[in-house]
Ligand binder design. Structure first.
Ligand code: GRG
Length: 286
């Protein structure tokens, strides 16, 4: 398969759905809509929604069945990035090579745009209930899962650990757990949401969750390696490459990707896209 083309085609579908769903820049109050759109359309890879669509396809479902949920997850992801960049959290002036949201719209508007994207994300997921053939119970299950994966036991909790000044002496096990919560949780939720809406059985759900956890942790290790190699972030926190070096980080990321791919064995060679996506996680340059 032409994987590059697959990514490009899916990104076009996702971008179109996001554009149609979000309020236009002109709609009042236009400053918040401008701020929301600025971060949603500033060059994200759309990895999480692509994972949702690819999971649905693997399970024999049309992508239209899960598209609203996939896009809702992308809005939630964008909210987390805007808040992550705020001066009170990571204080980053740039995101994807462009000025971060608060640098363009001010701190108050960035905070509100993030809040609005979180709310809109759930609204988009609820809209998925209007799709023919979708059971309301499946949507409720997806909402419950996503709330759990972004809540204090996962993404938000991981972020709390990440900003803890005492995390300098963090053990390898705790660092791994923090990556699992901060980053792997939403990646895992993206895959599980696609699986739930496509009627996956427990065995498939478990295997896909394992795949998501492993690519998710690998993703964060690679992200931290890219930060060091591209000299993008002041090294104020403990990260895997900062503590164990680039070489060991690369070996660990490759091990996790291998593990992730093992979980796909139950799909008997039908999971080519998820297999390619796992490789993409470690080969990416941004
Ligand atoms: C209130 C639920 C809640 C969350 C707020 C700010 C925060 C707490 C959590 C953020 C966690 C975070 C920013 C984790 C980092 C994950 C990460 C490496 C993001 C970058 O993902 P990419 O590279 O982004 O997929 P693009 O630019 O492609 O969209």
């Amino acid at each position: 398969m032409n994987f590059e083309k697959y990514l490009k085609d899916k990104k076009i579908i996702i971008d179109k759905a996001l554009d149609e769903f979000l309020p236009t820049e002109e709609k009042s109050p236009s400053n918040i809509h401008k701020a929301m759109r600025y971060s949603v359309f500033s060059g994200g890879k759309r990895l999480r929604p692509i994972l949702t669509l690819a999971t649905a396809e693997l399970l024999g479902e049309e992508i239209e069945t899960v598209l609203n949920t996939a896009c809702g997850i992308e809005l939630i992801h964008t909210f987390s990035l805007i808040h992550d960049d705020l001066p009170c959290i990571d204080n980053d002036d740039f995101r994807r090579g462009k000025p971060s949201n608060h640098k363009v719209f001010g701190e108050a508007m960035a905070l509100l745009a993030g809040d609005a994207l979180l709310v809109s994300g759930f609204e988009f997921i609820v809209k998925n209930a209007e799709v023919k053939g979708i059971k309301k119970r499946a949507i409720l299950k997806v909402i419950k899962e996503i709330s759990y994966y972004i809540g204090t036991e996962n993404m938000l909790g991981g972020q709390v650990e990440d900003i803890n000044p005492e995390n300098k002496n963090i053990t390898k096990k705790d660092l791994y757990n923090m990556y699992m919560k901060k980053t792997a949780a939403l990646i895992c939720a993206s895959i599980r949401a696609g699986a739930i809406l496509s009627g996956a059985n427990q065995r498939q759900l478990k295997a896909l969750a394992r795949y998501g956890e492993n690519i998710g942790v690998a993703f964060q290790i690679v992200d931290d390696m890219l930060d060091i190699m591209q000299d993008q972030r002041e090294m104020k926190k403990s990260t895997y490459p900062q503590k164990y070096g680039i070489n060991e980080s690369k070996i660990e990321a490759e091990r996790l990707i291998k593990e992730a791919k093992k979980s796909l064995k139950i799909f008997n060679n039908k999971a080519e896209v998820l297999d390619n996506l796992a490789d993409y996680i470690i080969s990416r340059e941004k």
